[in-house]
Design a protein around this ligand. Structure first.
Ligand SMILES: NC(=O)c1ccc[n+]([C@@H]2O[C@H](COP(=O)([O-])OP(=O)(O)OC[C@H]3O[C@@H](n4cnc5c(N)ncnc54)[C@H](OP(=O)(O)O)[C@@H]3O)[C@@H](O)[C@H]2O)c1
Length: 420
């Protein structure tokens, strides 16, 4: 398949940045919360973009969409984040057509995740796709592509061991604590922020540290209480944050704010304090490192932890790639079919015109001819001829583009529309 410009004069692009080249600070500049995502989608509609999906997670921000030039998508991203075009250019990737499709498959299958085999991204992709659909920003091509990616990711999850063992971000934090703090079970641990990542971290902490001195604080207290109830942990008021930090040996920050929720002024005690910041953008102001008793570790450092589990997962990559190729081949053959469907339709139309003209001539010559039977025979022949052409175009050994041109020339077909 040489061309993917199935939309009139537009190409399919994936533009974005990820943990691979962009550090947490830069990723933070391009992160999109729900409001900015909605603003971006609305702007895309105003700009008459026909199909677009935008995802923003702690590890990456990406836009998949149709455009004449990728800058149209880059501009949308920069207009709705704190990032600039210059900054984007330094760390970004831009994929077109087949490469963009391959990229979505790899991302959605966890092969491009910061922690290999982390399937969190596929649920983000589903949510983003639903949002685009709601905004009328999803064409048939993108819908079908996302479904194929979901199918590949499901198969990889069940048919390989790529997500075996615990290597999530929250597990990595617990592992870090174990490797760096003695007597973990006797330490006071404070978890600030009990959203999704906070909840997972809490579960891992309870499971692995056997520590009963874990305190939870969340801006909305009842969310912390729901989690605490499950494990019998202590919940304190948001207003007591400073006091609770003073009582802690380890502070885990999992808040999802756009600006720091913790800075040096809130830390009053002089005893050693390890702070793990799991947020993107960073929610702990680096100025805490000015305090001699504080050591700060960010998510990006935690994710560098490699262990046996990750090694075992890496061995599964070739298997996952085979699955991706299989699903992608199905998708591409659907795409091929869509590409020639308008021409086959136009051909059928033309043959039908021949039939009508022949019938008119016959009626004049022989008013008694059996019209019903002639109709039946002609329609069967038309169907057989178009089927033969369709089979030929589906044949892997032929160049679809050349054959399409040839058919259009022979039958003098007008330009059939090829919109997705
Ligand atoms: N989900 C993941 O797999 C993952 C992985 C790695 C890193 N992260 C990062 O972890 C952070 C949290 O992600 P999440 O998925 O857990 O999000 P989430 O489920 O939406 O939870 C967000 C949490 O942050 C709190 N919060 C938001 N703004 C705040 C503010 N201004 N002050 C105090 N608390 C605030 C929320 O409190 P309320 O309950 O009061 O709203 C909630 O506890 C993000 O920075 C994200 O990038 C997430």
């Amino acid at each position: 398949m040489q061309k993917y410009n199935i939309s009139r004069s537009n190409y399919f692009y994936a533009i974005g940045l990820s943990y691979k080249k962009a550090d947490a600070e830069v990723r933070g500049h391009f992160s999109l919360d729900q409001d900015s995502k909605l603003r971006l989608l609305n702007q895309a509609k105003e700009n008459a973009i026909e199909s677009l999906i935008v995802t923003s997670t702690c590890n990456r921000t990406e836009i998949y969409g149709f455009a004449q030039h990728p800058f149209q998508l880059i501009q949308l991203l920069c207009d709705n984040t704190r990032g600039t075009v210059e900054e984007f250019e330094k760390v970004a990737y831009i994929y077109k057509n087949n490469d963009a499709i391959t990229h979505m498959f790899r991302v959605g299958s966890g092969l491009d995740s910061q922690i290999l085999g982390d399937f969190e991204i596929i649920s983000q992709l589903k949510i983003s796709t639903n949002l685009s659909r709601k905004h009328g920003l999803l064409n048939h091509f993108t819908e079908r592509l996302v479904n194929a990616v979901i199918q590949a990711s499901k198969r990889i999850k069940t048919e390989t061991n790529i997500s075996s063992g615990a290597t999530s971000v929250s597990f990595a934090s617990v592992q870090y604590i174990f490797n760096n703090i003695e007597n973990v079970s006797k330490k006071n641990i404070l978890l600030f922020g009990t959203g999704k990542i906070g909840r997972n971290t809490c579960e891992n902490l309870v499971k692995h540290t056997k520590n009963e001195q874990i305190t939870l604080i969340n801006r909305t207290k009842n969310k912390a209480e729901q989690i605490a109830g499950k494990f019998n942990l202590v919940v304190k008021d948001y207003a007591n944050l400073q006091e609770e930090i003073s009582n802690s040996d380890i502070l885990i920050v999992a808040t999802g704010a756009q600006r720091p929720t913790i800075d040096k002024h809130i830390i009053q005690s002089k005893k050693p304090l390890l702070i793990l910041d799991l947020s993107i953008p960073k929610n702990v102001n680096p100025n805490v490192e000015e305090l001699a008793n504080v050591s700060l570790v960010h998510l990006d450092d935690l994710s560098k932890i490699t262990d046996q589990t990750l090694e075992a997962r890496r061995e599964q990559i070739p298997l996952a790639e085979v699955i991706i190729e299989e699903v992608k081949a199905d998708f591409n053959s659907w795409l091929e079919t869509r590409k020639f469907a308008p021409t086959i339709k136009a051909l059928k139309h033309k043959l039908n015109d021949f039939k009508v003209a022949e019938f008119d001539a016959l009626r004049k010559k022989n008013p008694d001819f059996n019209e019903e039977q002639a109709e039946l025979i002609s329609n069967n022949i038309i169907q057989k001829i178009t089927n033969h052409f369709a089979h030929h175009l589906k044949d892997d050994g032929v160049s679809t583009d050349d054959s399409l041109e040839f058919i259009k020339k022979i039958f003098q077909l007008e330009h059939p529309t090829t919109q997705a």
